[in-house]
Design a protein around this ligand. Structure first.
Ligand code: ADP
Ligand code: MG
Ligand code: ZN
Length: 200
């Protein structure tokens, strides 16, 4: 008689929000609980996220955990056969669209997936792969930051560029990701809808 092996599917937890809303902090908190439960897993970061070169995820609150830096979702896929309890991906907007498939594959082999990322870019347009993954979620946490201008809840990310010695709102025609090596000074702030502005 053919023996069927029944595998329970993994769950998908999605953490989204603007910059500074505590996404990485929340991802770390969720992974920490799993470590306490003696689960095995890996946090992945993509190498195009150049903010820190160390094999860590670091929240702005200072908490950190070990992470594997990969060049893309395909590298993470190599851990499919390891039957990990969970995998986590931070800053998923930096991954290519193949992350959607890789997330599905982990779920199919019974590995839980936790992801964190921006829901909207600086133009307030959704990130395609983030939305596709959010659509498959078992649970979504939408986090808010504090608007740096007025103190209300911030749901948006403001991009500012240095122009003639002043920080001004970026134009929506600018590239979504800051072009590597460009000498335009850029910074980001969490803002509420009323304080979020579009430049020329
Ligand atoms: P994210 O990954 O969403 O960018 P982090 O988890 O790295 O956010 O950092 C969240 C932490 O940032 C907060 O717990 C708080 O300590 C700090 N922080 C600094 N400025 C702000 C702000 N304007 N709104 C919310 N949190 C802020
Ligand atoms: Mg983060
Ligand atoms: Zn505001």
């Amino acid at each position: 008689m053919k023996k069927e092996v029944f595998v329970l599917k993994g769950t998908l937890e999605v953490v989204i929000g603007p910059m500074y809303s505590g996404k990485t902090e929340e991802l770390i908190r969720r992974v920490m609980r799993r470590k306490i439960a003696r689960q095995n897993g890996i946090i992945f970061r993509v190498s195009s996220d150049t903010r820190n070169a160390e094999e860590l995820v670091v929240s702005r609150a200072g908490t950190h955990l070990e992470a594997k830096i990969v060049s893309g979702a395909r590298d993470a896929q190599m851990y499919l056969d390891d039957k990990l309890d969970y995998v986590a991906f931070d800053e998923i907007q930096f991954f290519e669209s193949d992350l959607v498939d890789v997330v599905k594959k982990f779920i199919d082999v019974g590995t839980d997936v936790i992801v964190a990322g921006l829901n909207l870019d600086f133009r307030s347009e959704p990130f395609d792969n983030v939305m596709k993954i959010a659509a498959m979620a078992d649970e979504i946490a939408l986090l808010k930051a504090v608007c740096v201008v007025c103190g209300k809840d911030a749901t948006l990310t403001q991009r500012l560029i240095m122009k003639d010695g002043e920080w001004v709102p970026a134009s929506t025609k600018d590239p979504i990701f800051k072009v590597e090596g460009s000498d335009v000074k850029v910074r980001y702030e969490p803002r509420c809808k009323d304080c979020w502005k579009v430049g020329e």
